[in-house]
Design a binder for this molecule. Structure first.
Ligand code: ADP
Ligand code: MG
Ligand code: MG
Length: 883
């Protein structure tokens, strides 16, 4: 078997199509090499070796070693240098992980591998630069010890700090060759102490140690967590890239940097990036020094006073721009690239499709489509429905008064307010207690992922646009301000100092990830514009999708929000929400405590005009679009009073004693309300409630119709299990409709249908469809009743279930396609057999979840209905499903 694939010198064994085998990084290194872009030569050990490794008790295939040796010889030939050479040209390598999907910060890279006490002297001879050589060696010991030997970075940092203190130096640049030499001895002693062994001197041993560490890191906790959060399967494995080192730290004609072919934050078609002169590898990403901008345009845009690469290294800058153009044209997508300049020669070290904010994804997709680089379908595919959420996030109200504390880089857009906390653990604890927090750190690292996830926003005082905090926040869609250098954080005291002001843990701040501002207190926010690029893309989305999208809404505000977001009707209007209004609840309660039919009718008469007015408003907003109204669903005791004052008020209004009302309340108590006296069961036992609701609906229909609008009402009967429940209630609805038409003289169309939310209903759907004109899958209840699981009680163990891998995800968030989905399929098929044109929809929370929307498309539903803010997400998800 072929396990090892070489690249370099304008050719490669493989290319970008081989991501599964070579990992993303390896495949793109091969592709760049094939394109003739200068890439240091190297080879990729395939993901199949990782799979083999874990399937065979962490051992390698027997023929791997020979293939590695042969590939290394090839690299030596191209680079005219020898790995481990104690004399003559010396080849050093980096060992880089690379999974199929990029996993930022999760896997570890070792640089400068091949250095030891002897080769370092050769490096001094070859470069004539003693400081450089020993700096490289100490970096290698640091990285290798951390990644491979498990001797924490922290120990080395302490050694450096103590050393600097002792010799009275502050910055790394102040350190001389002798300083590094002295530290190297301390490092080696530390390794000896921690591991009981000498730091490995044999380059081959170093090489295999690093390769093993990369494969090993596939199963480290950070990587596993990241994969879980991003749904990356464990069996994909990682590849290992071994590549000739080039050095960005050989002096002022050397540099290292990161760049994007377009702005990853805004999507603007402007070359964008940062670099550091005389620096190596991850110095830029680690936020150790403030990096310099690449172009003059960018320098102006961010208001940097550091010189741009375009000014200081113009010809290299133009070469870099030409690579950027070629790579973007070649990949038809925005590229995220890494480069290093060694003594005036530009090398590309990585390219990949860049991560971007939703705003950037949208702008890039629309502009690339308009530039003719991609077509509409591709543009639609480029925007992730889950990510779209970010665009629907609030922004700071421009009219709000602001009290600025400082400014950083606009690292991830959107505005967020919250209480400041200073550690990821605190963020998690506070969030658990229901608090909104801003995670405030000098800089973040992969260990902080959990806290970053629960924070409303992330603020750092060090690091650039490509720092860990910025990259991760953009990926999560969390607002982030990075590198706010004028703020000073004191972890011990838990304070931020801004000028002469000191903020304590728990104080509220607002960050604006769109412009980098950090503001004191909670600042009012507004909703974003939905025109421009957004409108254009959503237009293409609507051309593509088959599934219609409706909203769950009952208030005029929700309804008009949903209409602005492009909904095509209301899929669920929960009438009981209209009962809770303070003016009405008293009549609802009077109705509940009524002892005779007359009393109950009298109370319902008072409610009717309120309901009718609500429906008039909804029908008017939704003119021309269908509106599904669900008749009363929850058990009556949900409306009962709680406080003594409430009880007294109800007793008074209903002409009863408080004792009577309390007796009624305890009589209505249920052991298991989810399965109790609710839904159509109420409609059957108290028909006058549903009659009143239908009267209100149809009077509103007549009213709006007579004003010349089109009204398409759909009356929905909840919680049907038995055909006769539906038939009885349908008769009632029809009677009220006929009566209303007669009384008002209006003629109108309407539909009567049911929710499918009990397994029994799904199974007898063919029979129910004899009377029902539509089904709406109430997947919240259907999930509860299929699993026999109460949503309100499942929280604690569902989390554990997911952690243990008993179930892949929360069935209340993403539809359980295997079980609940199967019932939906059965009901759809059986319903259609009886009534081929039956309308089918879904109105549970799942209607706004992209994976569930996809499923609904597959089983041929007519529409999904979701909360107003998720309407655009569902539209986009429906288009993705149709592509
Ligand atoms: P990550 O996946 O975390 O980005 P990389 O493998 O890309 O890790 O390595 C991180 C950085 O190390 C790169 O951005 C680059 O600057 C540096 N690096 C890696 N390999 C080499 C090399 N062969 N020569 C010079 N620098 C390298
Ligand atoms: Mg890394
Ligand atoms: Mg990289």
């Amino acid at each position: 078997t072929k396990w090892v694939y070489s690249f370099g010198d304008g050719k490669a064994e493989g290319g970008s199509k081989d991501k599964n085998l070579l990992g993303g990084k390896g495949a793109n290194l091969a592709e760049m090499s094939n394109l003739g872009i200068p890439v240091p030569a190297g080879f990729t050990i395939s993901t199949e070796v990782c799979t083999y490794y874990y399937e065979n008790k962490e051992t390698y295939p027997s023929d791997l070693k020979d293939q590695v040796t042969a590939a290394m010889a090839g690299v030596e030939k191209i680079m005219s240098a020898k790995f481990g050479a104690t004399d003559g040209p010396l080849l050093l390598v980096s060992v880089r992980s690379g999974a199929r999907a990029s996993m930022p910060g999760m896997m570890d890279t070792v640089l400068n591998l091949g250095l030891n006490d002897v080769t370092v002297q050769n490096l001094v001879k070859l470069t004539g630069n003693e400081r450089f050589a020993y700096d490289s060696y100490r970096r290698f010991i640091q990285m290798y010890s951390d990644v491979v030997l498990g001797v924490g970075k922290h120990e080395f940092e302490i050694l450096i700090d103590h050393y600097k203190e002792k010799v009275n130096k502050v910055y790394d640049v102040d350190m001389t060759a002798d300083d590094w030499k002295a530290l190297i001895e301390q490092y080696k002693a530390e390794v000896q102490k921690e591991t009981g062994k000498q730091f490995p001197q044999d380059p081959q041993e170093q090489l295999y140690g690093a390769i093993g560490a990369v494969f090993g890191s596939w199963m480290n906790k950070r990587a596993i967590t990241y994969r879980k959060l991003n749904s990356i399967p464990d069996h994909w494995g990682t590849a290992v890239n071994v590549q000739a080192m080039v050095f960005g730290n050989m002096g002022d004609d050397s540099a290292t940097g990161v760049c994007f072919s377009r702005n990853p934050s805004t999507g603007e078609n402007l070359f964008y990036g940062e670099y550091l002169v005389n620096a190596q590898g991850e110095d830029v990403v680690a936020g150790i020094r403030t990096p310099q901008p690449l172009s003059l345009a960018e320098k102006t845009a961010i208001g940097s006073d550091l010189p741009a690469m375009e000014e200081t290294l113009p010809s290299l800058y133009h070469e870099l721009v030409s690579f950027r153009d070629r790579l973007e044209t070649h990949y038809h997508d925005m590229q995220d690239m890494e480069f290093t300049i060694q003594k005036g020669k530009l090398w590309m070290l990585q390219t990949r499709n860049g991560k971007r904010t939703a705003a950037a994804a949208l702008r890039i997709a629309v502009e690339m489509c308009e530039e003719g680089v991609i077509d509409k379908a591709e543009a639609v595919k480029r925007v992730d429905p889950a990510q779209l959420d970010q665009l629907l996030h609030p922004m700071i109200d421009p009219k709000a008064t602001k009290d600025p504390l400082g400014k950083g880089l606009p690292a991830s857009p959107g505005a967020a307010s919250g209480q400041i906390v200073f550690s990821a653990e605190d963020a998690e604890a506070w969030a658990k207690a229901g608090k909104k927090v801003i995670l405030t750190r000098i800089e973040t690292s992969p260990e902080d992922i959990g806290g970053m996830h629960v924070a409303q926003g992330i603020l750092t005082t060090r690091g650039g646009m490509t720092s860990h905090a910025a990259v991760v926040a953009r990926g999560m869609g969390t607002p982030c301000v990075a590198g706010a250098g004028e703020l000073r954080i004191d972890y011990a005291a838990k304070t931020i100092t801004a000028g002469n002001r000191v903020l304590k843990e728990g104080d509220v701040i607002t960050i604006d990830g769109s412009n980098g501002q950090v503001l004191n207190g909670e600042v009012p926010k507004i909703q974003p514009e939905l025109t421009g690029d957004f409108g254009k893309l959503m237009g293409w989305v609507d051309e593509i999708r088959k599934l219609r999208v409706r909203a769950n809404a009952e208030t005029p505000l929700d309804a008009s929000t949903a209409r602005n977001f492009g909904c095509e009707g209301i899929g669920l209007c929960r009438t009981e929400h209209m009962f809770f209004d303070p003016q009405r609840i008293i009549h609802v309660r009077e109705m509940i405590v009524a002892t005779t039919l007359e009393e109950r009718r009298a109370a319902l008469e008072k409610l009717l005009p309120y309901q009718r007015d609500d429906f008039i408003k909804l029908f008017t907003i939704m003119a021309g679009l269908p509106v599904t109204i669900r008749l009363l669903d929850p058990p009556l005791h949900e409306f009962l009073p709680h406080t003594d004052a409430d009880f007294a008020e109800v007793a008074n209004a209903a002409g009863k004693t408080v004792a009577d009302v309390k007796a009624k309340a305890s009589q209505l108590h249920e052991a298991n309300p989810m399965l109790g006296h609710r839904g159509c069961r109420l409609g059957i036992t108290y028909p006058e409630i549903y009659e009143m609701q239908c009267r209100a609906i149809f009077q509103a229909v007549a009213d709006v119709k007579m004003k010349g609008e089109t009204v398409l009402p759909e009356v929905m009967i909840p919680l049907v299990a038995v055909k006769s429940e539906f038939d009885r209630l349908k008769k009632m609805v029809d009677a009220v409709a006929a009566e209303t038409m007669e009384k008002t003289g209006a003629k109108f169309e309407y539909m009567v249908g049911t929710m499918i939310e009990l397994p029994r209903a799904a199974l007898i759907a063919d029979k129910i469809a004899e009377g029902a004109q539509f089904f709406s899958f109430g997947t919240n209840d259907l999930t509860q009743t299929t699993f026999g699981l109460s949503r309100d009680d499942a929280g604690p163990f569902l989390v554990q279930y997911q952690e243990l891998g008993v179930i892949p995800n929360d069935p209340f968030a993403s539809l359980d396609q295997e079980g609940v989905g199967e019932l939906m399929k059965i009901a759809s098929e059986r319903g259609r057999k009886t009534r081929p044109d039956i309308k089918l929809g879904i109105c549970g929370e799942h209607g706004g979840d992209p994976a569930s929307v996809h499923f609904c498309h597959l089983i041929g539903l007519n529409y999904v209905s979701c909360s107003p803010y998720r309407v655009p997400i569902a539209r986009l998800a429906a288009a993705h499903a149709a592509l």
